[in-house]
Write a new protein. Structure first.
Length: 277
């Protein structure tokens, strides 16, 4: 099944595509047994040197090798690390007590970003460039590494190149990818840049982003261990998405919006529904 928006127009900023077979071989070579609390290795095509940054503030303590993920609603998640780093995805304004160290944003609709983030936020990462440029982010803050993979978005009259970013958060031997406002399936270039993804945060609305069948195709392209749906607007929409996924993944519905993940406890091929979507 093909998408109506041509992802081939995305820039090949990391050179030639790395085949999925080679990518799998690289992942196989990785033992997955790095030190507790170490940054995950997602094996993108190119790993730019990370920028080391000072601490901002410390959140509630976590065990080494774990990450706390909290669904804030719509397409926003709070990610917290053992060393006290925190990030909020698709940040459209302050949510909850305190300020995160990092916020990521996409501007397909205004509910996914703000033009006025609090100046105390250390790092504001916009998923789109200006004047035709491409957003490029690759930072390390304490034990959290954040990078992005640009994709395109639909607009009246055509497509806006590089208007969305998939943000990848590497922490505690886990790679968490937030698809943002994704509008098309992925090329081999995108998949090579993403690398091996453990947890995938997926817009499941089926209309504003892309058809649910195409989103399932994206999930099969990435093959994460855990899928968490977001950006759905009714129980009917969520149920339809879960029905499409049941043959491929176990479906689990959680009563609390927060989960603590680690390499040792990561489920295999599970869709986890957190309340608040």
């Amino acid at each position: 099944m093909s998408s109506s928006l041509t992802p081939q127009a995305a820039p090949q900023r990391f050179g030639a595509s790395l085949g999925r077979g080679l990518l799998a071989a690289l992942v196989t070579l990785w033992s997955g047994a790095s030190a507790s609390g170490a940054l995950a290795q997602c094996y993108p095509i190119a790993q730019a040197p990370a920028q080391l940054l000072p601490a901002a503030y410390r959140v509630a303590a976590l065990e080494p090798g774990s990450v706390r993920l909290s669904f804030l609603g719509h397409s926003s998640f709070l990610i917290e690390t053992p060393d006290g780093a925190s990030a909020i995805t698709d940040f459209a304004g302050l949510r909850g007590p305190g300020l995160p160290d990092i916020v990521t944003m996409n501007n397909a609709p205004s509910s996914h970003y703000t033009d006025f983030p609090d100046p105390k936020i250390a790092h504001v990462l916009r998923g789109w460039g200006t004047d035709g440029s491409v957003a490029l982010h690759d930072i390390t803050y304490l034990d959290l590494h954040v990078r992005n993979v640009p994709t395109n978005v639909r607009e009246f009259g055509g497509a806006r190149m590089n208007g969305n970013s998939i943000f990848v958060f590497e922490i505690a031997d886990l790679c968490i990818a937030h698809l943002g406002h994704l509008h098309h399936t992925l090329t081999d270039v995108h998949l090579g840049e993403l690398g091996q993804i453990d947890v995938l945060l997926v817009p499941a609305d089926g209309s504003y982003t892309m058809a649910q069948e195409l989103m399932v195709e994206v999930i099969e392209q990435i093959r994460p261990a855990l899928v968490i749906p977001m950006h759905y607007f009714s129980a009917f929409t969520l149920t339809r998405f879960l029905d499409l996924m049941r043959e491929r993944y176990e479906v689990v519905i959680k009563e609390e919006p927060t989960i603590i993940l680690s390499r040792a406890t990561l489920p295999y091929r599970q869709v986890l529904v957190l309340p608040g979507g």
